[in-house]
Design a protein. Structure first.
Length: 308
């Protein structure tokens, strides 16, 4: 039975990210859908097509801050992974006492260079991480010919990948494995290049989400799901960052002539409707039907895809 309690959120931002190395518009570029509640109605704006990650991040910060100034609760979704398969932080021997995801996020924020014109060092970072993990090739793989180096290959390595530290890194996270088992073929976070890949978006996206989450203006009212407590409860203002995958919902192709834009418009409408009827509240609970060790890995390092 549907629960028509008050929705958790007042506004929704869904982002189709990009790992492009130059400014881009249209297909395979960044699209941002924005919806807000006006009483019982949902107001959906025309999607924004940001040519660079820098402009997209600035836009998101401005919209989020405007909502927070109005004491709104905001759900922000990005279509890239928020974490790596369990054991990644340990294999890299990342220092610190915090959870694995925080140590990984901090390391990527330090390593990644992502300029205002989209020029970035994602392949160099992936190669450097491969060298730190040892025993090349892998696990990061797939790159254009110009980026081929001793620690970055164009072909898929063998998985599970055995790191120098003896940690064994699987190809997929638990959420990815479960979706793939159901015929939804999300790709591996290790794959950096070619159509459908999510590796570059993840390397370049995590530092941007970290900047939004931990900015001094928003740190006290921002959270990242499922790593941190998800429910806003009675707290206002509040912003929750989540990982999404557009393939989770049937595509409303008529919503926009560009597929990427149609995907974020579909997702923003779907999440708003599910929130309005009380379904989203259950989806933001801890991942279900997992063994204790799997749940611990998701909450400490891997993350989860909303709706999976």
């Amino acid at each position: 039975m549907r629960n028509f309690a008050r929705p958790l959120f007042d506004a929704y931002l869904m982002v189709d990210w990009s790992g492009a190395g130059v400014p881009a518009r249209g297909r395979d570029s960044i699209w941002i859908a924005h919806a807000r509640r006006r009483g019982t109605a949902l107001e959906v704006s025309d999607p924004l097509n940001a040519p660079t990650r820098d402009l997209a991040a600035r836009h998101l910060a401005e919209v989020i801050d405007a909502h927070l100034a109005g004491a709104d609760r905001v759900l922000v979704g990005f279509d890239f992974a928020f974490g790596y398969p369990s054991g990644f932080a340990r294999a890299l021997r990342l220092r610190g006492t915090g959870p694995a995801w925080r140590r990984t996020w901090a390391a990527l924020a330090e390593l990644v260079r992502d300029d205002a014109d989209n020029a970035n060092n994602r392949f160099a970072v992936a190669a450097a991480l491969n060298r730190r993990l040892g025993r090349p090739p892998g696990p990061f793989w797939c790159c254009p010919a110009r980026a081929v180096g001793a620690a970055l290959e164009t072909t898929r390595p063998a998985f599970p990948f055995r790191a120098r530290s003896a940690a064994s890194l699987p190809e997929y996270r638990e959420a990815d494995r479960r979706l793939r088992a159901g015929g939804r073929y999300v790709q591996s976070v290790w794959k950096l290049y070619t159509a459908g890949s999510v590796g570059s978006q993840t390397l370049l996206g995590i530092p941007r989400v970290a900047a939004l989450r931990f900015n001094a203006r928003r740190a006290d009212v921002s959270r990242v799901w499922p790593f941190e407590a998800a429910s806003p409860g009675r707290h206002r203002p509040f912003v929750l960052h989540v990982e999404i995958w557009p393939g989770m919902v049937p595509l409303g192709r008529a919503l926009h002539p560009v597929k990427d834009a149609a995907q974020v418009l579909t997702m923003v409408r779907s999440l708003a409707v599910r929130d309005a009827v009380g379904e989203l509240r259950a989806e933001l609970e801890r991942p279900r039907h997992l063994a204790e060790a799997q749940t611990a890995a998701c909450l400490d390092e891997e993350g989860w895809i909303l709706g999976a």
